[in-house]
Design a protein around this ligand. Sequence first.
Ligand code: F6P
Length: 547
Amino acid sequence: MSDRVRLDETEQWQALRAHREEIGEPPLRELFRADPDRGRRYALESGDLYIDYSRHLVTDETLRLLRELAEARDVAGLRDAMFAGKKINVTENRAVLHVALRAPRDAVIEVDGKNVVPEVHAVLDKMAAFAERVRSGEWKGHTGKPIRTVVNIGIGGSDLGPKMAYEALKPFSDRSRDFRYVSNVDGADLHENIRDLDPAETLFIVSSKTFTTVETITNATSARRWLLSALGDDAAVARHFVAVSTNTEQVAKFGIDPANMFEFWDWVGGRYSLDSAIGLSLMIAIGPERFREFLDGFHLIDEHFRTAPPERNAPFLLGLLGLWYDDFHGAQTHAVLPYSHYLSRFTDYLQQLDMESNGKSVDRQGERVDWDTGPVVWGTPGTNGQHAYYQLLHQGTKLIPADLIGFARPLEELGELADQHDLLMANLFAQGQALAFGKTAEEVAAEGVAPELVPHRTFPGNRPTTTILANELTPSVLGQLIALYEHKVFVQGAIWNINSFDQWGVELGKALAKRLEPQLTAATADTSDLDGSTATLVERYRTLRGR
Ligand code: F6P
C-alpha cells in the first residue's frame, strides 16, 4: 500500500462535501439579490481576457474551500515543478514543458541541466525562414512553380491544433494560398483534400511527433504516390514534402531529407504541441510575426498562471469551478460554446486537450481513484447550438456547466457584415442570462399563458456558465485562450492526483486494429481466436467485400 493521502479523505474534501450539503444549489436569483455587486466582484482579468464567473452555484465560502483544497493538494508546487522542467510526467519519465515553447528568447528553462530555450528559438527561426520562403514564392516546387496549397498531414495533436488555429486566424492569413488538413485514415479525407490540387503547386507537411502513427504514415505514403505519379521523379519529394517530428531516423526512413525536418522534443506532449514546429502550417498562413504574437499570448497567461495568487488566478479558478460540478454536483459533461464562427474547431481541439489529459481512472501512484475525473467536453459555436441542443441545457434534467466565449469587436474584413455582430453578442449575453435566472411559473402565468402550458414554458434557471469576453480574436488572444484551458486542465489533474500527460488509453485500440487488419484482407482468415462478436463482424465484412 502506498502512503498517499486519498483525495476524498482529506479534510478539505470533507469540508466541501459538508458545504455542498449545507448550501444545496443556491438560487442564483437570490445570490444576486443579496449581493448586487456580484457581477463585478466575481469577475477577473487575465491578459486580455475578461472572465465573469458570477453565474456559478458558489458563494465566497465555496470559493474559499475550493482554494483550500488546491492548497492542500499543492497545485502550486506541481505547477512550479512543471515550469522548472521537473519530470512530472511520471509514467513516461518526461518533463512537461510546453511553456518553454513560448518563452522569450532570453528565458532560461532547464531540462536535465540544459537550457532548452535556445533550441526552441533555433527551430522557430528555421521555421520562420522557411515560412517566408514559401510565402514570398521563393520556395518553388519541382517544376519551378510556387506553392499554392499547403497540406498538413497529421492526427490528434499533430492536426487539431494547427487546423483549429488556422480556422480561427483565417482573417490574418495569406488569402492567396490554401491550407488544408488531412488526418483520417479513411482515404476519403486525403481524396477530398487533394482531388482539385495541382501536385506541382502543393507542399505536404507531414506532422507526427513519433513519425510512427499509422494514419499519418499511410496518408503521407499515399500523398507521395500521388505526387510522384504526376511529377514522375523521386527528386520531387524534397521540394514537396517537409516533416515535423521528434524522430529524425523515421523521417529519413520515410524519404524526407532531415534538412527539411523541423524538430521538437519529447517534453512536448502531442496535445500541447501547437506552438512547437507542429504549428508550421499556421506560421506559413499567418506569417512569423503574427505567429510570435500568438506565442506571446500563451506566454502572457503562463506568467499569470505562474505568479497570480489563487484567488485572482484564472486557471485555478476555472479548474476549481469545473471540479465543483464534476465531483460535488455529479455533472458529467462540460460545454464550450464559442460565439465566434472562427472558433468553430475550438471545442474539437479542447476535447483532446482535456479528455486525453484527464480521462484517467488511476492516480499517479497507480491506484484506482474514487472520485470523478475529467468531464466529457463538447459544444459547437453559438448560435447554431441554440437551435439544436440548448433545449436540453435549459430544460433538461442534467446539470451542464458551460463556457460562453465572445468578442467585443468583429473582424474588420467583415465590412457591412460586421453589423450582425451585436445580434450575435446579444445572443451570448441572453443565453447566459436565461440559463442562470430562468423564468418562474409565476412569470410565465403573468404573461397570460394557458395554465396547462405553464410547466412547459417555465425555465428552472440555475444553470452555471462562465463568460469569457475579449476585445477581438487576434493571434495573441487565441494564444491566451488556449493557455487558459491548458492550465485549467493542469489544475484539475493536480487535484485529482492523476497524470495529465500520458495517454495509455489510446494504445489498446491501436494494437487490436493492427492485429485485425490482416484478418480483413487475407485470402482466407481464421477468426477462431476472436471473441464471438468481433468474429461475426469480421466474417460479415469479408462476405460483403467478397472475400
Ligand atoms: O493516439 C493518440 C496520440 O498519441 C496523441 O496523443 C497524439 O497527439 C496523436 O496520437 C498523434 O501522434 P503523433 O504526433 O506521434 O503522430
